[in-house]
Structures are given as structure tokens and as C-alpha cells.
Design a protein around this ligand. Structure first.
Ligand code: SF4
Ligand code: SF4
Length: 512
């Protein structure tokens, strides 16, 4: 075996559990798993059948990791997979969202997703993942700036600050002794920061005692689910824990993200080999509690809404009831898809389905089942508590012309957008819209505290440092900023204000 195959096999040996051996050895090759996989059903391509992946890993396992295979291989009696075979099969392991639906159809309950994750880790450990431009860039970005999309923390915070300052909303940063550390997944802080500001507004209005960190802007989802890089994932998880300890919080809150939910409830602890040091709470659970306790008033929307259950939140993390409880509080016209909950079809975007551009034609083809599910509800909006699902469903709705087509509206929306709409109506009726603006930890604080512990204060610091010029150029060229300015033309003045701050002609104004 050559060095690449040697590294691949060494990775399998390091990570294969007894359950994985069962997943490989107990397969009867009945092919029923394919009946649950949208990628296979939509294409009938054998290379997209779950067993195309598992049979290949089994061949490697038997040839290189069992006595019979080592002897039989030397005698030419069993197949000997080569590095060329690894390259030939590689794409199939990312034409899969590790959604776990195929396990529902397997009479033995075998987990293809577990085999796929193990194979992805071996591709990464062997160096072959690096040959794919997207996978290679994720690895490089995480290794260099600890952010899957290559953003620095000052870029993430300053861009949020631009949008928040336009809305006169503040964000607490590095508050020592806050109850909760909030960590936002990189897909959300990269792809939707212009409307993810609603998340901070909801936390402010719900009187949540939280803080964000000025040191981390990555949850590790893509390290754990797309490239399955165990060392990088471990480093990110340990950085969270260190930051939570530094800030003296009691718990860590993850935002709406299916893969994060699965990671934090299950795989993170398996990887670390111990429980995570801090309790994990879900953003939606925090909102539901605030609504149920009467802290966050809501008025239900009467929009026709359906729900997409993210596979990693529902089938793989058991959060189906949480989503429905929130919908019950915020919507009067909720229509379930069929099938739903654990049996729901995947959006086909998670764990790399959306991120890898070469998947796009196949992903859209596989999404015909999801599209039919949405269409059959007759709903105008499909809501989901996962940013990657939402972005993928946006593409599905465009591809299949589904949901509302009203100008300026998106048929696919985040759960927090629905909650925000309901909370806005509730607060407006009470004349309390100001509650969106200031987090509880910044109320009544003096200017020195706000300079140190608010997003606007940190922004002044960044803009007046050696980073300032680069940040201003990046903001001016950034597509999300342009999208925000296009929807809010007067917000462009805020970028001018940032330039004044960077030039030292203004200290900026605190929204709090
Ligand atoms: S995990 Fe999901 S995408 Fe992957 S093979 Fe199974 S059903 Fe198909
Ligand atoms: S359904 Fe289960 S036993 Fe049958 S081929 Fe698929 S993984 Fe193997």
C-alpha cells in the first residue's frame, strides 16, 4: 500500500468503533437503504446508492484491516483497493448529507452516515480532501484564521456592528459573569448577518443574560461535519470551553443550526471523550421559555407556513417538539409536511451538500422530493431552524418556483424570523419596541464600560487600530453589505460614519 492509502487506513484504524465494524459487516446487501435516499431515488445512479459508499469502505477494511484480507490480498484472492480507487470514489462521500434517513429503511438499522463520516475523516487524514478546492479552502481557513469561510473576528464583529448601528441595536461583548456565552455558526455570520441581527434583538427583548466573545466566531460545525477533521474540531471545541471559562459563564448557547445541534449533543462529547464542560442550550429553547413565561410578548402570524425538520436537529437530535412548540406560539396557520419529523426528506444541503458547488445539479435533482413536500402543503413560507437548510430551501423554492413569489419576500425563512415577526407585533402593541435595542448587561452602563463591552465599542477599537483601513475596504466591497445597503439605502451613511471614526474625527455613538 502506498503512503496515501496507508494514511487512509491508519485513520480508519484510529476512528473505527465496534459499531462501525457492525455497520460494515452486518450488511446483507438488500439495498433497501436506497429506498430512503433522495440522491439515489432521484437519479437511480448506483454511484449514489448508500451501499456504493459502504461497500467500498468495507473492501478497504477487509483488505487492509483483517488477517484474512491481508493473506487473501497477498494471494490475489480479495480485491485490493488503491489510491486511484480512493480518488474515484471520493465525490460519492460528499454527495451525501449524512442525514441518516437510509438507516430508517435498513432492516438491521445500520448507519451509513457513520461510515460516511469515518470515510470523510480518512480522506482528510490521508490528504486527499485537500485536493478538492472547497474542502481544501475550509481546512486552510480553519488552520489560518479559525473560521470556515476565512473571516477574522474583527470582520465578523465590525460587519454586524454596521448593521446593528443602523438599527440602533447593541450587542454585548466579553461580559465577564454573563450567564450565557452565545456562539454563532460561521455559515450564519457569513451568509445572513444582515438579517441575523434579529437574533440579537430577540435576545435583548427577551432579557437574556448573554454575551458574545471577541475571540471566536466559529462553532466548528464545518470542521466536524463537512471535512470531519477531528483535530481541528477538537481545537475549536476546546477554544469554546476556554472562552466560556475566561468569561465565567454558566452555559453555552448555540444558534439555529442543525449540524451544531447534533454536534453539541452527541459528536462533540464522543470526540472529546468526556462531557462538554458547559451545559448547551439551544437559542430556540431560550426563546420558547421567554415566551411561555410571558417575558417576550408575541402575536401570532397568520401566514400559511410549513416546517422543514432539519435532519441533524430532528432525526439525529430529537428536537422536533421544540420547533412545533415555537410554531404553536407564533403562527396560526401551520401546515405539516408529509412525511415529517424523523421521516422528513433532507433539504440535501447539510454537511457539504450546499457548500460544494460541484454538487449543485445533483442536489437540485435530489430535492424534487423536498420540493413536492413543500408544494403539497400549499404554504407560502417554509420555515426551518437551520441556516444551511434555509439557504438550500431558498434554492429549492427558486428552482421549483414554490411558495410566495411576492417581490422582496423569501419563501424560505429562519425560525427566528418568524419569532421576530411575532415579537415585533407583540412589543409594538405594548409600545415597547425599544426593548429590542439594548441588552440587559449594557443598560445604565457608563461610557468606559460600553467602550470595552459593546459591539460598537469594539468597532471603534478595531477601526482606530492598524486593522481599520483593511476593514473599511473589505466592508465597502462585501456582497452582504451591498445587499443590506440595497434594502436600506440610508444605511450607507453608517459606513461613512465608520470612516470618520477610523480617521479619528469621531468617537462614534453608542446605541445603548
Ligand atoms: S445519509 Fe442521507 S444522503 Fe447519505 S446515503 Fe443515507 S439517506 Fe442518502
Ligand atoms: S438496508 Fe441495511 S442491510 Fe440492506 S443494503 Fe442497506 S445497509 Fe445493508
Amino acid at each position: 500500500m502506498d503512503q496515501t492509502m496507508g494514511r487512509f487506513v491508519a485513520s480508519l484504524e484510529a476512528h473505527m468503533t465496534p459499531e462501525d465494524v457492525v455497520n460494515l459487516e452486518a450488511c446483507m446487501d438488500c439495498k433497501l437503504c436506497g429506498e430512503a435516499c433522495a440522491w439515489y431515488l432521484a437519479t437511480e445512479d448506483e454511484k449514489l446508492h448508500p451501499t456504493y459508499k459502504t461497500n467500498f469502505v468495507r473492501d478497504i477494511y477487509r483488505r487492509y484491516m483483517t488477517i484474512e484480507g491481508k493473506i487473501g490480498g497477498a494471494l490475489g484472492l480479495v480485491p485490493t483497493p488503491t489510491t486511484a480507487d480512493l480518488r474515484e470514489h471520493m465525490a460519492s462521500f460528499w454527495q451525501c448529507t449524512a442525514c441518516g434517513r437510509c438507516t430508517l429503511a435498513c432492516p438491521a438499522g445500520l448507519s451509513t452516515r457513520s461510515v460516511v463520516r469515518m470515510a470523510r475523516a480518512a480522506y482528510t487524514d490521508s490528504g486527499l480532501s485537500h485536493e478538492n478546492p472547497t474542502l481544501g479552502s475550509i481546512i486552510k481557513n480553519l488552520e489560518t484564521v479559525n473560521h470556515s469561510f476565512g473571516l477574522s473576528v474583527p470582520q465578523v464583529l465590525t460587519r454586524y456592528s454596521l448593521f446593528l448601528s443602523h438599527k440602533q441595536v447593541e450587542l454585548p461583548v466579553d461580559i465577564h459573569g454573563a450567564e450565557t456565552l452565545f456562539v454563532c455558526p460561521s455559515a450564519a455570520n457569513t451568509k445572513i448577518p444582515d438579517y441575523a441581527t434579529n437574533v440579537m434583538e430577540l435576545l435583548n427583548a427577551a432579557d437574556v443574560n448573554y454575551t458574545v466573545s471577541s475571540r471566536i466566531a466559529e462553532t466548528g460545525t464545518e470542521a466536524d461535519h463537512i471535512i470531519v477533521h477531528h483535530e481541528l474540531t477538537r481545537a475549536i471545541l476546546e477554544a469554546w470551553e476556554a472562552e466560556a471559562e475566561r468569561l465565567g459563564v454558566k452555559q453555552v448557547m448555540v444558534a439555529e443550526c442543525g449540524c451544531d445541534t447534533r454536534s453539541m449533543f452527541f459528536e462533540a462529547q464522543e470526540l472529546l471523550g468526556r462531557p462538554f464542560k458547559f451545559p448547551i442550550v439551544l437559542f430556540d429553547a431560550v426563546l420558547l421559555e421567554a415566551i411561555e413565561q410571558g417575558v417576550l410578548p408575541v402575536e401570532k402570524s397568520d401566514k400559511a407556513i410549513t416546517l422543514h425538520d432539519p435532519c441533524h436537529s430532528t432525526r439525529l437530535a430529537g428536537q422536533a417538539d421544540l420547533m412545533r412548540s415555537l410554531l404553536d406560539q407564533c403562527a396560526t396557520n401551520f401546515i405539516e409536511m408529509t412525511p415529517n419529523r424523523e421521516h422528513n426528506y433532507c433539504c440535501n444541503g447539510g454537511a457539504g451538500g450546499l457548500r460544494l458547488p460541484e454538487n449543485t445539479p445533483l442536489r437540485r435533482q435530489a430535492s424534487v422530493f423536498k420540493a413536492n413536500q413543500i408544494k403539497n402543503t400549499g404554504a407560502d413560507y417554509v420555515v426551518t431552524p437551520c441556516v444551511v437548510c434555509m439557504l438550500t430551501l431558498d434554492d429549492v423554492c427558486k428552482t421549483y418556483t414554490l411558495g410566495t413569489q411576492a417581490p422582496g419576500e423569501r419563501p424560505s425563512t429562519m425560525m427566528f424570523e418568524l419569532v421576530y415577526e411575532a415579537a415585533y407585533a407583540g412589543l409594538e402593541r405594548r409600545g415597547e419596541l425599544d426593548r429590542f435595542r439594548t441588552p440587559m448587561q449594557l443598560r445604565g452602563r457608563d461610557a468606559a464600560f460600553l467602550r470595552e463591552h459593546s459591539a460598537s465599542g469594539k468597532t471603534v477599537e478595531f477601526l482606530q487600530s492598524s486593522l481599520g483601513e483593511g476593514l473599511l475596504k473589505w466592508l465597502a466591497a462585501d456582497d452582504v453589505v451591498k445587499r443590506y445597503f440595497s434594502a436600506n439605502p440610508d444605511a450607507a451613511q453608517k459606513l461613512d460614519a465608520f470612516r470618520e471614526i477610523a480617521a479619528g474625527r469621531s468617537m462614534g455613538s453608542m446605541a445603548a
